[in-house]
Design a protein around this ligand. Structure first.
Ligand code: KG4
Ligand code: ZN
Length: 351
């Protein structure tokens, strides 16, 4: 699997350039993408160091930080891509879902650019971005199932054809990434703790077997809050007995339970809907254990699998350009009264 971001060959008349902005949470990101797939630059300025002290994202601080960095990041992205503002054919921006104050910064910047340059504006769905990050690393074959595992979302999405989204399962409580971050905090790791739990789970030699929330037999929904509570009560139980909890065995038990449930349901959905490809995406798609397990299950099922590179899994603007490209090619543009939407339906965003 290779990242299609290396070539910067000569432009032809049919080439087009999208500038994309992502500010839905705690990353300020701007990307320049040619023809919807060729990433010329993808600058990501993370606010993690700022939010770490609070153990999670503080919305008001996130928007202030976006304001401070957006212009600088736009300039940096243009410079790194070796292009200038008049080269841009359209401006894409994450319209939602996300933190309202954070989204607003990107939306205002995108509208200003669209107006000043007289180019179309494309309001883009954040989860469509995570899914279409896969289009930056390979060809998508339809129908496909996308397993979306991020800090704010956990969904199984059926794509019967390009740009048509149907959610067939979603979490009823915590998102996978959120559960990882809460468990990580109990294991004394800093925010965001997903990668630390992943590493500890990989290194563990023992496993505390924890419950799996399968829900109803035919359901594609998820629930992770019980699993998170099971980790916390194991920690308390050990402490009450005067023992020190085995953090690595707990990390492994937690990770195994999450991976078992999400991969089993995704494969079952792929079989039921007779899809031709599996797409993994969202921040938690960077998880080593999850990538490995899904790869082997897809191989067994003879199902091609796409997974974005780690940089394209977590929030970034190149993925927003990749999704916006669906609308650009169809001439489906947004008007300048586009609103930032903290809650935005993925299905309604379909082309
Ligand atoms: O998609 P994303 O960048 O932001 C949202 O849109 O939510 O996902 C961030 C989430 C965080 O919860 C982080 O802990 C988790 O992805 N994450 C991981 C790993 N890398 C990032 N979780 C488990 N294992 C990882 N290796
Ligand atoms: Zn995200």
């Amino acid at each position: 699997m290779s990242d299609m971001n290396s070539s910067t060959g000569p432009s032809s008349d049919s080439d087009y350039l999208l500038l994309a902005i992502e500010t839905s949470c705690d990353e300020t990101s701007v990307a320049l993408v040619r023809n919807g797939r060729e990433v010329l630059s993808n600058i990501i300025s993370s606010q993690i160091e700022t939010h770490k002290k609070f153990g999670g994202v503080v919305p008001e601080i996130a928007s202030r930080k976006h304001v401070e960095s957006i212009t600088i990041i736009i300039e940096q992205a243009l410079r790194e891509a070796g292009v200038s503002l008049p080269d841009i054919d359209a401006v894409a921006v994450t319209q939602g879902p996300g933190l309202i104050g954070a989204l607003l910064v990107g939306v205002v910047a995108a509208k200003s650019l669209s107006l000043a340059l007289d180019v179309p504006l494309i309001g883009t769905h954040h989860i469509a971005g995570h899914i279409y990050a896969n289009h930056l690393v390979g060809d998508i074959i339809y129908p496909a199932i996308a397993l979306v595992v991020s800090g704010g979302h956990t969904e199984i999405v059926l794509l019967e054809e390009e740009g048509k989204f149907r959610i067939i399962g979603r979490t009823r409580d915590d998102a996978v990434g959120e559960a990882y971050d809460k468990v990580a905090r109990a294991l004394h790791f800093p925010y965001p703790g997903g990668p630390y739990v992943d590493k500890l789970a990989q290194e563990a030699t023992e496993e505390v077997v924890l419950p799996r929330a399968w829900l109803e037999p035919d359901s594609y929904d998820f629930s992770f809050s019980g699993l998170k509570s099971a980790v916390l009560s194991e920690i308390n139980r050990s402490r009450m007995k005067g023992e020190s909890p085995d953090f690595s065995a707990l990390a492994r038990g937690f990770q195994q339970s999450v991976i078992d449930v999400v991969t089993t349901k995704a494969i079952r959905a792929a079989k039921e809907f007779g899809v031709r490809q599996m797409l993994l995406c969202g921040g938690v798609a960077a998880n080593r254990g999850l990538r490995d397990r899904l790869s082997s299950l897809c191989e067994e099922a003879g199902l091609p699998l796409l997974i974005p590179t780690n940089k394209l899994c977590t929030d970034n603007a190149a993925m927003i350009a990749a999704a916006a490209d669906l609308k650009y090619r169809r001439g489906q543009f947004s008007s300048l009264d586009l609103k930032a939407e903290p809650i935005l339906s993925l299905e309604d965003w379909s082309v």
